[in-house]
Design a protein around this ligand. Structure first.
Ligand SMILES: [Fe+2]
Length: 206
């Protein structure tokens, strides 16, 4: 029997992903968390020295605030934080992967790809250089991924995850591996790119 993963990728129709969250870099983490709770009713689902993920509905996060130590105060700029990415989500792994192939074949490729544990995420830069994340939930269930985020030692120790090469994901799917097998391999660093991304939209991080 032919696995669905071996069927040809479907370029049309384009199945639209839904908007999921936005991420900002910040030098004022605690102040930002307090302001967004007061103004928008967002509360943390994850909160540490390097950042906080906030939500005001059933999603595991709607706003992420990253306070990475590499972030520096801007020079000649009135504000010191910045937009990192806006995220869109697919409900199915196959639709997410088909979309990657569709864009790749048009010459649009992610500048980095990460299995965060919660999601497999492709990060693109828009024409102005703003990040756009296109993700699929690794649990297929927001409640399950939120619970894992709360309770997982792995996530607490490494809330970023591991880079992957999306073409290795395509090859694994074509070889018949399940989404869960592919995610577990990617999260364990089994599909690392040849070179780590040169620019992860954290200026002066490297
Ligand atoms: Fe994100």
């Amino acid at each position: 029997m032919t696995s669905p993963a071996k069927l040809p990728h479907r370029p049309r129709p384009i199945i639209a992903p839904r908007l999921h969250h936005a991420t900002f870099l910040t030098l004022k983490l605690d102040e930002m968390v307090a302001w967004y709770e007061k103004v928008c009713g967002l509360t943390p689902t994850f909160y540490s020295e390097i950042g906080a993920w906030l939500t005001n509905d059933a999603a595991n996060h709607r706003l992420a605030l990253v306070a990475h130590p590499a972030i520096k105060k801007a020079v000649d700029k009135p504000i010191s934080h910045g937009h990192h990415h806006t995220a869109f989500e697919y409900e199915s792994f196959q639709s997410w992967l088909d979309n990657y192939v569709r864009l790749r074949d048009e010459g649009i490729v992610p500048f980095m790809s990460i299995d965060h544990g919660l999601t497999m995420s492709l990060y693109y830069a828009d024409p102005e250089g703003n990040g756009v994340e296109i993700q699929v939930d690794n649990f297929g269930d927001w409640a399950a991924s939120t619970q894992w985020q709360w309770g997982s030692r792995e996530f607490a120790e490494n809330p970023i995850g591991n880079f992957f090469d999306p073409d290795k994901i395509v090859a694994a799917a074509e070889a018949g591996l399940s989404f869960n097998e592919i995610h577990n391999n990617a999260y364990a660093g089994g599909y690392l790119p040849e070179k780590p991304p040169a620019d992860i939209l954290l200026p002066e991080a490297y």
